[in-house]
Design a protein. Structure first.
Lengths: 248, 238
């Protein structure tokens, strides 16, 4: 049984990989059009404002450990951080990245340094990527001063959070700055929906790269995800119908 | 870098006739780290799919996967130490520059040093710090969060007046009324035994499964992008 499951799993991964490569190759020169997600439109505007008024961008990557499945949202956040660091490279100040997991903090610092190296920015912040705490609330308590005291005008909260994300969105609200927030955690999603200006619902956090022009593979992965979603829907419906008919 | 030369005046590298910014060329470090990361990712992935050999023993891929994951856990442990140094550096800089909140940074560093020393001198007593300081502080933050979320829910309609927000708030109120017994009234008939279970076990569970399936697909495509080396959160250069 486990071998069959392994075969099915590997088939799904290989199929997805082939589809992603094929779509990325076919669309390498075209610009795919996706449905409008207001959060990403406003994020682009906010990034433009960050560059214009010389303020800072703050990206919080949550506390998803890299050795757990929760790391995917943090990795998506890191890809977005890289792109946003590139987009704000003309600004006066480099972005800040906060996280609640030590390896994630190291990777965020590395990402910021790489972005700084590849841009024309002359200065880089040696402590731009920060570990603010190792427990949920200490992480939130440590990230709040970054939102409040460091001339931040736009915040991106993207990663694995818990209910503590409510403290971050509240701090942003008090500073009257912009926030786009999303998480792979269901509880955090409910909190974000109630408290953030621009919430990302469901898997929209994984679409961020495609919406900020991170490359053709990001756009292709978004299309592949849509195809797979329809396949899942068809499988569920077929399963339900077969069960109803007494075949399964 | 074959065919590469430096411009006599400006120090700009050229490949053939074309000027190239040397900072944008991938370094050897980036190439090696990318190759290692992709190879490790593929081995771990294969270890999940090829679990057993024909005679029922753990496959070579599974053993390699476990070894690589053990290495990752050890590295993650060491990363915590680096993370603590980063925390120290951030707050020390804040104190040095006398920035806003420097007093809190000083308090944090003092607490860090005291906890560290106590851990060295009396490792068995470390639990006291967690139960007398960390837990009450986190519990009070949780209590603050309850107020914050209530306030945020009230502001939700002002911020985003649409059908989804109305459904969100009505559902939240129904769940609250159906969960918490009211003074003098107790539980509300119909709400506690029918509406709340229907909302939580049917509507919310169905929605949550849909969202989790979407998250799983997002996780899959993010992983594939990293395996392709399109997203490289390691080694820096891209």
């Amino acid at each position: 049984m486990s071998n069959w499951l392994g075969l099915a799993g590997s088939g799904l991964v290989i199929l997805s990989a082939i589809m992603m490569l094929a779509l990325a190759f076919l669309r390498r020169k075209s610009h795919p059009v996706f449905r409008d997600i207001p959060a990403f439109t406003r994020l682009r505007q906010a990034v433009g404002l960050v560059v214009e008024d010389g303020s800072r961008l703050h990206v919080s990557l949550g506390r998803g450990s890299l050795t757990t499945p929760q790391s995917a949202s943090a990795l998506a956040g890191l890809a977005l951080l890289r792109r946003l660091a590139d987009l704000t490279s003309a600004g006066d100040q480099p972005p800040i990245a906060t996280s609640g997991d030590a390896p994630l903090a190291i990777l965020s610092q590395d990402t910021l340094q790489a972005a700084s190296k590849f841009s024309d920015r002359t200065t880089s912040d040696p402590v731009g990527g920060r570990l603010t705490g190792l427990t949920p609330f200490s992480y939130a308590a440590g990230a709040i001063p970054a939102i409040r005291d460091e001339k931040v005008s736009a915040n991106v909260l993207m990663g694995n959070f818990g209910v503590e994300v409510g403290l971050l969105t509240d701090a942003v609200e008090r500073e009257n700055s912009f926030v786009v927030a999303g998480s792979d955690n269901l509880t955090a999603q409910a909190v974000i929906y109630a408290s953030a200006q621009e919430p990302l619902v469901g898997e929209e956090i994984f679409a961020a790269g495609a919406y900020v022009d991170s490359g053709s593979l990001h756009s292709a992965s978004l299309t592949v995800r849509d195809i797979l979603r329809w396949l899942v829907v068809a499988t569920i419906l077929a399963g339900a119908l077969l069960t109803l008919a007494g075949i399964l | 870098m074959a065919g590469c030369c430096h411009h006599p005046g400006g120090g700009i590298a050229h490949i053939g006739r074309y000027p190239v910014n040397p900072r944008r060329l991938p370094s050897l470090n980036a190439v090696v780290s990318t190759a290692f990361a992709i190879a490790s990712g593929l081995i771990v992935l294969a270890g999940y799919f090829i679990v057993q050999t024909a005679n029922g023993q753990a496959s070579l891929w599974t053993n390699l996967r476990l070894t690589l994951l053990n290495w990752a856990i050890i590295l993650a442990g060491f990363a915590v130490f680096i993370g603590i140094l980063n925390l120290f550096q951030v707050h020390f800089k804040k104190i040095q520059k006398k920035q806003k909140g420097a007093l809190y940074s000083l308090l944090l560093i003092l607490s860090l040093v005291v906890t560290f020393l106590l851990g060295l001198v009396k490792p068995g007593q470390m639990e006291i710090i967690f139960t007398t300081v960390q837990l009450p502080v986190e519990a009070s933050l949780m209590a603050m969060l309850a107020v914050t979320l209530t306030y945020a829910s009230i502001r939700l309609l002002r911020r985003r007046l649409n059908l989804l927000s109305v459904i969100f708030l009505v559902t939240a109120v129904l769940i609250l009324l159906g969960t918490a017994p009211l003074p003098f009234l107790g539980t509300i008939p119909g709400l506690s035994d029918w509406v709340r279970p229907f909302l939580t076990q049917v509507m919310a569970a169905a929605g949550a499964r849909g969202i989790l399936l979407g998250v799983a697909l997002g996780t899959l495509t993010t992983g594939i992008r990293i395996l392709f080396g399109a997203d490289r959160p390691y080694g820096g250069n891209k």
